[in-house]
Design a protein around this ligand. Structure first.
Ligand SMILES: Nc1ncnc2c1ncn2[C@@H]1O[C@H](COP(=O)(O)OP(=O)(O)O)[C@@H](O)[C@H]1O
Ligand SMILES: Cc1ncsc1CCOP(=O)(O)O
Ligand SMILES: [Mg+2]
Length: 267
């Protein structure tokens, strides 16, 4: 029987491990996602080409895959890395950015889902479409509220066996049987590009340090973003000044404060 782990304890474990996380992410996100991970306490490596992606996945503690700026070379690397992570029993996270927008993206995500991601993290429109329903997404941004995606997230988790996380004004995490909602964050967050992509990478870091608890690890990473985002917004004048304040808050957030301020409720 496992003891209950609070988000703060999972954060402590993540910082203690300083996990090496391989991120095959998009050109927009590479720099900000690496900075988010370093600030939070993880060790990011952006390694994507097919010649080395599988080999690297065997030495990293977790893998994250994001299709934001997809190309044939990236996709080949993603498949090599996902196969290697699966064979090595390492957790991996899929971010299906705007997968509904083109036939190429749809096919790529269908192939990656067959490789059984441990966790899928997307915005509401992405998760609704991935479960086979009609979404109102426009490109990389969501056109749907999280509550409209909750049923789709549960269906997707049951179909795929993955933990599914939907983010937005409220976040939702489900394994198909149990679900939580996470409150917090700031309306400034969707006005800065690649924060969702960066969160996907941070989910990988929490899962790397807590591989037996991917559900709790996912909720803890989302709660860290929610608390740090809410606090950074207090002094921010807009999206530009929010970003450095957010990085500082990720770095200074203590496990005790995370436990006190995280708002995670059973759904
Ligand atoms: N309106 C909002 N209010 C508070 N937090 C938000 C809001 N929209 C998004 N967030 C937060 O921003 C982060 C990125 O989520 P999201 O914008 O949904 O991802 P994506 O960039 O992939 O669309 C998450 O931590 C989420 O909780
Ligand atoms: C703008 C853009 N275009 C392709 S990927 C990308 C970044 C999307 O980041 P996020 O999903 O975190 O908003
Ligand atoms: Mg996104």
């Amino acid at each position: 029987m496992q003891t209950t782990q609070t988000p703060g304890r999972l954060l402590t474990a993540m910082r203690a491990k300083n996990p090496l996380v391989q991120n095959i992410t998009n050109f927009v996100a590479m720099n900000i996602a690496a900075n988010v991970m370093l600030a939070a306490g993880a060790s990011p490596a952006m390694v994507h080409t097919k010649e080395e992606a599988g080999e690297f996945a065997r030495i990293a503690s977790a893998l994250t895959i994001n299709i934001g700026t997809l190309s044939p070379d990236f996709l080949a690397g993603m498949k090599e890395a996902a196969k290697a992570a699966g064979e090595a029993g390492k957790p991996w996270v899929l971010d299906p950015v705007a997968h509904f927008a083109t036939a190429y993206r749809r096919a790529a995500v269908a192939d990656l889902m067959k490789l059984k991601p441990t966790i899928v993290r997307g915005n509401a429109s992405e998760i609704i479409a991935l479960a086979g329903s009609q979404s109102s997404g426009h490109g990389v941004d969501s056109g749907d509220p999280t509550e409209a995606a909750e049923g789709s997230a549960i269906t997707l988790a049951r179909q795929s066996g993955s933990i599914v996380a939907v983010t937005g004004e409220v976040d939702f995490v489900t394994d198909g049987q149990h679900s939580v909602r996470i409150m917090g964050g700031s309306a400034l967050m969707p006005r800065i590009t690649a924060l969702g992509c960066s969160l996907t990478c941070l989910v990988g870091a929490f899962a790397a340090a807590n591989p037996e608890r991917p559900f709790e690890a996912t909720a803890a990473a989302l709660a860290m973003f929610a608390v740090a985002g809410e606090e950074a917004a207090i002094s921010a004048a807009g999206p530009g000044s929010f970003l450095p304040l957010f990085l500082d808050r990720l770095a200074t957030l203590s496990p005790e404060t995370l436990d006190t301020k995280a708002r995670i409720v059973s759904a």
